[in-house]
Ligand binder design. Structure first.
Ligand code: NAD
Length: 516
């Protein structure tokens, strides 16, 4: 039996069940790509609403001159309403080449749709589900012909998120995947082939950013706003983890965090933090409820002000910088020289000196003790990213306030913003970046997707400045490994155990993109 279609064939017909947010987005891009779309929904009015919604967007494109009037009206005419659905069956879908199910996220509902569709379509029609969190194999289990069933996971908003995961269930035929890959290309989307695993690729790769940030808050290291500032201004992310939680909505994010953790049988790398459960219970979902990690006034997040830069005569403070990490030490010295600091040159700090250490993965306490330095005068600075951006400082429990203030003033003297946090193995950025790289490496290790697709999918689907493996290569696999090992050793928590993919490539000194 052949389960395939010629994706570029004129007259290709796509059935969509569920004309909600996702169904209408898929309908719009398919119609614009010249594909005939048959729409069905359990609620008849939903189909008309979806048609009107798509027509409005397509007409606006024509008004802006992005497409011609005739192209617009032809695309609109290609989105056809049907009376198919749970009550009347799916006879209207008899001639479909492919059907995408985008109904509610419940396996019983999806199984009923699958059975209804399969009773109507030809044996060669491909059936795909847009599920975000259910197993494609479980979905396909209700099919008469599971070999023709796959996942085709779009992201919201479909026309703007130019990526779709093409997911093979355990029984899916390879030709089904190839046809869907070609269909994605016709729709102008980047197809990422993934295996049927919890969260597939993008939602799996997204586990580190939010949960590690929550872990930092839970441990009292830094505030939501401080973490967001560091991840945006120092690490170059478009949005901080808490801004992202507020945008997505905690009703969605908290559910995904718990679901992926459970589906991976409580894998510590994905362990949730109780903060989201609490805030979920309180209804603090984010922008949609007017309050999440931030409060929203007229749609704008109200961010707490930062601590003022202490007034310190920076030229009066002798500063000694550790050379344990020579490159980082040199960068810190250069930054301090610009700020007019009194730099000490000795092998050991003088009795009055402010002591600066530049640990990777260690906290300030461990870094001070490792070199027999006075913890009461020690301040650590994060050198994972260059010091031209926001700078993160951290103190030991013993660091005296006057030394913290002096360090703050010195590193802010050239006009750079400074964040001061409590002691933390890996500051903020190091631990979040290391966690992102580690989970990306584990996705590669489990052969969920190819290294190139892991990077591309994360850039397109999560909007990170770089995909996880490219991020690891940028900082060096050995450095990321060292950060993770230091965190694992400090906390004794298997959450931070390095993925074998990362460890081997770090030991061999090769790129994280190197496939087996
Ligand atoms: P939605 O609630 O906007 O739309 C679902 C539509 O399905 C509704 O119009 C509803 O009337 C219809 N429906 C419900 N039961 C039906 C049935 N038995 N037969 C036919 N139609 C039925 O939901 P959505 O956000 O479009 O999500 C649809 C699917 O896409 C879900 O599986 C969801 O997990 C997945 N998804 C959602 C997003 C997202 O960000 N919203 C992203 C990716 C995937």
């Amino acid at each position: 039996m052949t389960f395939s279609f010629e994706a570029n064939r004129p007259g290709l017909t796509l059935g969509i069940v569920g004309a909600g947010i996702m169904g209408r987005g898929i309908a719009q891009i398919a119609a614009e790509a010249g594909i005939t779309v048959l729409l069905a929904d359990a609620r008849a009015a939903a189909v008309e609403e979806a048609q009107a919604f798509c027509a409005d967007i397509i007409n606006k494109k024509a008004a802006k001159g992005k497409i011609s009037e005739s192209e617009a009206s032809a695309a609109i005419a290609r989105i056809q309403a049907t009376d198919a659905g749970p009550d009347k069956g799916y006879a209207a879908f008899a001639g479909c080449d492919v059907v995408i199910e985008a109904a509610a996220e419940r396996l019983d509902i999806k199984h009923a749709v699958l059975r209804g569709v399969e009773a109507a379509v030809s044996d060669r029609c491909i059936i795909a589900t847009n599920t975000s969190s259910l197993s494609v194999t479980s979905f396909a289990a209700a099919a008469r012909i599971p070999a023709r069933v796959a996942g085709f996971h779009f992201f919201n908003p479909v026309p703007l998120m130019k990526i779709v995961e093409v997911i093979g269930g355990v029984l899916t035929e390879a030709e089904v995947i190839e046809s869907l890959v070609q269909l994605a290309q016709r729709l102008g989307h980047y197809p990422v082939r993934t295996t049927d695993t919890p969260g597939f690729l993008v939602n799996h790769a997204g586990r580190a950013f939010g949960t590690e940030a929550l872990r930092i808050v839970q441990e009292g290291i830094a505030s939501f706003a401080d973490i967001d500032r560091v991840m945006v201004e120092a690490a170059g992310f478009r949005m901080g983890p808490f801004e992202l939680f507020d945008l997505t909505g905690l009703d969605v994010s908290h559910t995904v965090i718990e679901s992926i953790y459970r589906q991976y049988y409580e894998e510590p790398r994905y362990r949730p933090i109780q903060i989201t459960a609490q805030r979920y219970a309180a209804g603090l979902f984010g922008r949609k409820t007017g309050r999440g990690f931030y409060e929203y006034l007229d749609g704008k997040a109200q961010k707490p002000a930062e601590a003022a830069v202490p007034q310190v005569d920076v030229a009066a403070v002798p500063v000694w910088v550790s050379d344990r990490h020579p490159q980082a030490g040199a960068a810190v010295r250069a930054a301090l020289a610009i700020a007019g600091a009194r730099l000490e040159q000795g092998a050991q700090p003088s009795a009055q000196a402010l002591i600066i250490v530049t640990p990777f993965g260690e906290d300030a306490t461990t870094a001070a003790l490792a070199d027999n330095l006075d913890a009461a005068r020690t301040v650590a600075i994060d050198c994972l990213f260059d010091l031209e951006r926001r700078r993160t400082l951290m103190k030991t429990p013993l660091t005296q306030p006057e030394f913290v203030q002096a360090a703050h003033a010195l590193f802010a003297a050239s006009g750079k913003p400074v964040t001061v946090i409590e002691d933390s193995p890996g500051f903020i950025a190091q631990r979040i970046i290391a966690a992102i790289v580690n989970i990306g490496a584990e996705i590669a290790q489990q052969k969920i997707a190819s290294p190139a697709d892991i990077n591309k999918a994360v850039e397109l689907g999560l909007g990170y400045p770089l995909g996880p493996l490219a991020l690891g290569d940028k900082h060096g696999a050995a450095r990321i490994l060292a950060i993770l090992e230091a965190m694992q050793s400090f906390y004794g928590d298997p959450r931070y155990r390095p993925s074998p993919w990362l460890k081997r490539r770090a030991l061999l000194g090769i790129s994280l993109m190197t496939a087996c």
